[in-house]
Design a protein around this ligand. Structure first.
Ligand code: SAM
Length: 163
């Protein structure tokens, strides 16, 4: 059930400590068709609508080489989320679970991740499918999908093998 910042039966909120100042910078903005959480998909789909990831300067140069990857891991800041719940009731039925056992947008650091399909690049923008965030959601990072990525540095003992 979509949440619009209410606290539901049996949910537990805490006082949020002073931020630790990780110094995050928003590197761009995501343009999607969704302006309300009531319409936004719960999880992105590979056959979902084409969305636009706009990269801001000075980060456009960091896109170099990205077209080689058909799938990207997209990390974004779910900026409209409350951040103080430790137990949540996704179905709003009084049954709660811990925040870290859920993919809820309501988390102490509201970072969302999606695996997106790269459709094309238009200069400083990427057109992708597979997102599930509101129009205007700030972008935190982009990475090649780990299953497509071959590390450029030589392999080391203990490296995780992706097969
Ligand atoms: N795929 C991501 C993940 O698993 O980390 C996000 C999943 S979260 C369940 C997606 C939901 O977050 C959407 O359905 C919408 O209700 C909510 N949402 C999307 N963009 C948001 C934003 N900018 N601020 C707050 N909530 C947002």
């Amino acid at each position: 059930m979509v949440r619009l910042n209410e606290i539901r039966r049996n949910e537990v909120a805490v006082e949020v400590p002073t931020p630790d100042h990780a110094g995050l910078v928003f590197i761009g903005m995501i343009r999607t068709p969704w302006t309300s959480r009531l319409d936004c998909p719960r999880m992105g789909r590979s056959d979902g609508p084409v969305c636009r990831i706009e990269i801001h300067e000075p980060w456009v140069a960091a896109l170099d080489g990205i077209e080689a990857y058909g799938r990207l891991e997209v990390l974004y800041w779910l900026h409209q989320s409350r951040r103080d719940l430790v137990r949540q009731s996704p179905a709003d039925d009084g049954v709660t679970r811990g925040t870290f056992a859920l993919r809820t947008p309501v988390r102490p650091n509201p970072i969302g991740t999606s695996i997106a399909t790269l459709v094309s690049r238009e200069g400083a923008a990427l057109l992708v499918r597979g997102l599930d965030c509101l129009d205007g959601t700030p972008l935190l990072d982009l990475k090649p999908d780990r299953s497509l990525f071959t590390p450029i540095a030589p392999a080391q003992p203990g490296d995780f093998q992706t097969g």
